[in-house]
Each structure stands twice: as C-alpha cells, then as structure tokens.
Design a binder for this molecule. Structure first.
Ligand SMILES: Nc1nc(=O)c2c([nH]1)NC[C@@H]1CN(c3ccc(C(=O)N[C@@H](CCC(=O)O)C(=O)O)cc3)C=[N+]21
Length: 289
C-alpha cells in the first residue's frame, strides 16, 4: 500500500485562479485594487526569495504589491514608523512583515503595531484571540492552507483525532484552534511530550510543524492517516551544492503507512502564499465595509 501524495502546488494554483476572478470582480464592483505591502529587514537570502515570489504572485492575480526592503541595521523605531505609515495608507489593505527579524528588533512589538484589519499574517494578538474565541479573524496562512487541504480530502472533519506536533504561535497553536473549530479531538504535542510516537500513532490527522528534518518516522503513523508536513528544513549542502529541502516527516517511510501525505516541497508551502492572497482580498473587503 502506498499513500496518495497531496499535490499542494496544483491545489494552490487552483485557488489562485479562483482568486484572480474574485479580484477582477472586486475591482469592477468597487473601482479599487487590493494592495499588499511586504516589509523585509536585512539580507537573509531565503527571505529575499520568499518575498520576491510573494510579490510576483500578488501581481499575477491582479493585486498591487508594495515592497519595502530595509537595511539589516534598521532601528525598531524606524520599522514601527513605517508600519504606522502603512496602517494609514488607503491603498494598502494587507501588511506582512517577513520573519525572522534581526535580533535587535522585538518581533512582538512589531507584529502588534500592525493594524489588526491589515494583519494578513494573522499574527496580531487581536486576530489570535478572535480565532480562539470563534469570531471572524484573519487566520495565519500556513494553518489555513493545511485546513483547506484537509477539507478537500475528508470533507467534514468532525470527530477525527488530530495531533499537531509543534506549539508555535504562527503554526501549531492556530492550527490546533482551526481543527478544534472543525470539531476534531485535538492534541498538541511538543518536545516535552511523553511517548511522542505513541501519541502520533493515535492520530487520524497528523500535522507536523516542529522544524526538525525527518523527525516523524513511519512507525509513528497510524495506517491510513492523513499526514500534513509543514516543515521546510534545508539539509547541509554536499559537494558545494545547495542542501536539499526536506520536511519534518520521513517521507519515504511515511509513504508506506499513511493514507494521504503532503510532499516537501510542493505541499504546504505553495498553499501558504495562496492563503496570504486570500487574506489580502478578505482584508480589503472588510476595510471598505
Ligand atoms: N511574516 C511572515 N509570514 C510568512 O508566511 C513567512 C514568514 N514571515 N517568514 C518565512 C516563512 C516561510 N514561508 C514560506 C512560504 C512559502 C513557501 C513555498 O512556497 N515553498 C515552496 C518552495 C520551496 C523551495 O524550494 O524553496 C514549496 O514548499 O514547495 C515556503 C515558505 C512563509 N513565511
């Protein structure tokens, strides 16, 4: 038996095509182009690549992209001043500040300075609180993408046992909230969990978001389970090449046990960008009232 591999790239492309139509209709109805501002501080090569592909997709579906590339040495005060400008810029409906930020800048202070209605990452405490209390919210993009994949496979998720491996504010916690809202029985596991393999083996849905290459082994997976791999880990380069990117799940082993599984790359990653643009259109809709 071999798992069905979930084609996140194809699914995301479908979402982007649908979104392009929605953006066209929105422009016609409101005579307004949704705009996304992306702020990146410093010269981390991976961040530069992500930001470039976000900007390209934004323009492809008919929205406007505003890129702000700041020096590594930018002060927190200058970054906060830029965010305040973007908060009050009417052409900007979504603001994303690329993480990680340089160590001299306080992430939480920056994320909380973003106007909650423009917080297309869903990282502001107001959006986290709204999600946790069942109110309409801008939902973090990666968990939102994972949920859309899961619903496309299972339809109704009610009653399923879901295990989220990882408890970060940007993936693990919001993922658990979304699954709970779908009436799953949710476990959040982490580095201090006892008998992690045993906990994982009980799960019908396993979402791995710990950032440890190939940590989840084949015998941690319940036969037939759906495995969503959020990890993007670059292995050390060999022979001067670029290191290969692998997930948090040992894909080859999991393939023999799972029912469905997302690959890395080509799984959750492309969904994250599609959800970012969904959030930007949603934010524009809310802002025009
Ligand atoms: N404020 C903020 N919001 C983010 O959403 C955010 C961030 N900061 N910092 C960095 C991470 C990372 N991230 C990715 C998005 C798409 C892919 C993606 O599309 N990956 C492709 C290609 C992978 C490759 O080959 O490099 C794939 O998985 O198939 C990956 C990673 C968003 N992030």
């Amino acid at each position: 038996m071999s798992a069905e591999v979930i084609d996140g790239k194809a699914f995301a492309d479908g979402l982007l095509r649908a979104l392009e139509d929605d953006v066209r209709a929105f422009k016609k109805e409101h005579d307004l182009v949704p705009g996304l501002a992306v702020v990146v501080v410093g010269h981390d090569p991976a961040s530069q690549i992500y930001v470039g592909s976000k900007a390209r997709r934004t323009v492809e579906i008919g929205m406007r992209s505003y890129e702000h590339r700041l020096e590594e040495a930018t002060s927190e005060a200058d970054l906060l001043a830029l965010i305040r400008r973007l908060n009050s810029a009417p052409e900007v409906h979504g603001i994303l500040v690329q993480l990680p930020l340089p160590p001299h800048i306080d992430d939480a202070a920056v994320l909380d300075a973003i106007a909650p209605e423009k917080d297309v990452d869903g990282f502001h405490v107001i959006n986290a609180g709204r999600l946790a209390t069942g109110q309409s919210a801008l939902v973090p993009c990666t968990p939102s993408g994972c949920l859309q994949l899961l619903k496309s496979i299972h339809g109704d998720l009610a009653g399923m046992r879901a295990l989220v491996l990882g408890r970060s504010n940007i993936v693990g916690k919001p993922m658990a909230q979304l699954l709970l809202a779908e009436s799953c029985t949710v476990t959040i596991a982490h580095s201090r969990t006892r008998d992690l393999p045993g906990e994982c083996r009980r799960a019908d849905i396993l979402v791995a978001a710990v950032g440890r290459p190939r940590m989840v082994k084949g015998d941690w997976i319940k036969p037939g389970a759906t495995v969503i791999d959020v990890g993007i880990n670059r292995l050390p380069a060999v022979d001067g090449g670029k290191g290969k990117i692998v997930g948090d799940v040992d894909f080859e082993e999991a393939l023999a046990v799972a029912g469905h599984i997302t690959p890395v790359p080509g799984g959750v990653g492309p969904m994250t960008i599609a959800c970012l643009l969904q959030n930007t259109l949603k934010a524009a809709r809310v802002q025009i009232g």
